[in-house]
Design a protein around this ligand. Sequence first.
Ligand code: FAD
Length: 451
Amino acid sequence: MHLIPDITIVGGGLAGSEAAWQAAERGLFVHLYEMRPAVQTGAHQTASLAELICSNSLGSNLPDRASGLLKNELRLLGSLLLECAEQAAIPAGSALAVDREGFAQLVTQKITDHPNIRVIREEVTRIPESIAIIASGPLTSPAFSKAILELTGEDHLYFYDAIAPIVTLDSVNMETAFRASRYDKSEGDGGDYINCPFTKDEYLAFQRALCEAERIQLREFEQELEQGVRAGADKYFEGCLPVEIIARRGEMSLAFGPMRPVGLIDPRTGRRPYAVVQLRQDNLAGDLYNLVGFQTNLTFPEQRRVLRMIPGLEKAGFVRYGQMHRNTFIASPKMLLPTLQFRERSDLFFAGQLTGVEGYIGNIATGLLAGWNAARWMQGKEPLVLPLTTMLGALCHYITSADMKDFQPMKANFGILPPLEAQKRLNKRDRYARYAQRSRTDLEGFLRNLP
Ligand SMILES: Cc1cc2nc3c(=O)[nH]c(=O)nc-3n(C[C@H](O)[C@H](O)[C@H](O)COP(=O)(O)OP(=O)(O)OC[C@H]3O[C@@H](n4cnc5c(N)ncnc54)[C@H](O)[C@@H]3O)c2cc1C
C-alpha cells in the first residue's frame, strides 16, 4: 500500500465513498478519512461507510421522475453506490429503498477491499494541503467545520433537518393497519407499505396533540426556527419539515402533506381513509418499519405518547426516535466551479451535502463527479462540466450560479433543467419523458466524445 496518497478524501459518507471509488478506479491512490466510530456525528449509529441517517429510500426509480432520471445518469456513469443500493433493495413500490445495514456493509466491503484505497479512521481537523475532496457532510465535526470556515472566510449556511422514527413490525396492529401501495404500483402481495388509517375525529385529535406536544429545545436557534426567519438562510428545509411544524401550519396541512390518503382504499371500509400514516420496510428481514415523512423533534416520551395515537400503532415499539440536527453547507455560488473545484484552489474539490446539493442520490452524484474530476486534474486533463440538460449537470450549475441571497440546498427536480423546445404543447408526463430522453442522448454523446 502506498504511504503517500495521490488524493485525500475527507468523509466516508455517501459522497466520499463514491468519490473514493471513482478516483481509485481511475488509478489514483486514495486515503479516505472517516472519523467514526472514534468521533460520532450525533445522527450516525454505526461505523460503516455510507450510512443512511434517516429514510432508507433513495427516491423514485421511475425514469420520468427527477430522482429516477438522476439514477439513470448514475447508471450510465458507473456509480458504485447505486449498484450497491440495487443489490440491497427491498420492496417499496416504485421507489428504490434499501436494507440500511446491508447497503452500508456492501459499500464498506467494496471500498475497504479496493487495492487503491486505504480507509483511515481518524478525524481530520485541517484542510489537506495537496489534492483533496472535502465530503464531510452536513454533520461535519466542529473542529473541521472551523477549518472550512477559515478557508471560505464566510459564515456557514445552515438549516435544520430531522429524522423519522422506526418501529418494530410485531408491535403494529394489523387488525387496523393494512398493506397497500398508492395506486397499486406494488408488485408485492397486498402492497409494500403498511397504512395506518384515520377517521376525521382521530385525525383532528392527532393534529392537535402534535401541536401541543413538548419539543426538544434547540437552544439559541429555537426562536429562529419557530419564526422561520432568515439569517443567511432559511432555517427549515421544506422537504424535511418536522411533522409538528407542519401540524402548526394549519389543521389540514398534514392531511395534504405526509398524511395524504390519495390512491389508498382501506379494505375494511372499502373507502379512502380521511388521512394515513404510511410505514415503509426498513430492513431486509422486514421486521422494522419507518414512519414515512414523519421527521420529528418531539421529546422521546412525547413521541411515545403522541405517535401511539396513530391507529394501529397503539402499542408501537420504537427502535429509533426522531431527532433534529443542524445541517451545514457552504456558499457554493461564491466558492465553487461547476466542476466542483474550489475557485481559489483548483486541487481542492467539494462534494455531497456540504455543496448545497440535497438528497441521498444527489450527494452520491456529486461524489461521483468530484472523484472523476479529481482524477482528471491529477492526470493533467481538464475537469469536466456535465451537459446542463443532465440532472447532475443542472444541479452543479444551480449550486454554483444561484443567487446567493436566496441560496438554499437543492434536490434533483425538473425545474432546474433548461426548458424543452415546444414544451407548452406537452402534458406533464410527456414533458418529463422528453427531459429523460434528452438527458440520456446528451450524456451518451458527451461520454462518446470525452476530451
Ligand atoms: C438529520 C438529517 C436527516 C437527513 N435525512 C435525509 C433523508 O431522509 N433523505 C435524504 O435524501 N437526505 C437526507 N439528509 C440529507 C443528506 O442527503 C444526507 O445527510 C447524506 O448522508 C449526505 O451525504 P454526504 O456524503 O454529504 O454526508 P454523510 O453521508 O453525512 O458523510 C459524511 C461523513 O463524513 C464524516 N466526517 C465528518 N466530519 C469528519 C472529519 N472531520 N473527519 C473525518 N470524517 C468526518 C462523517 O462521519 C460522515 O460519515 C439528511 C440530513 C440530515 C442532517
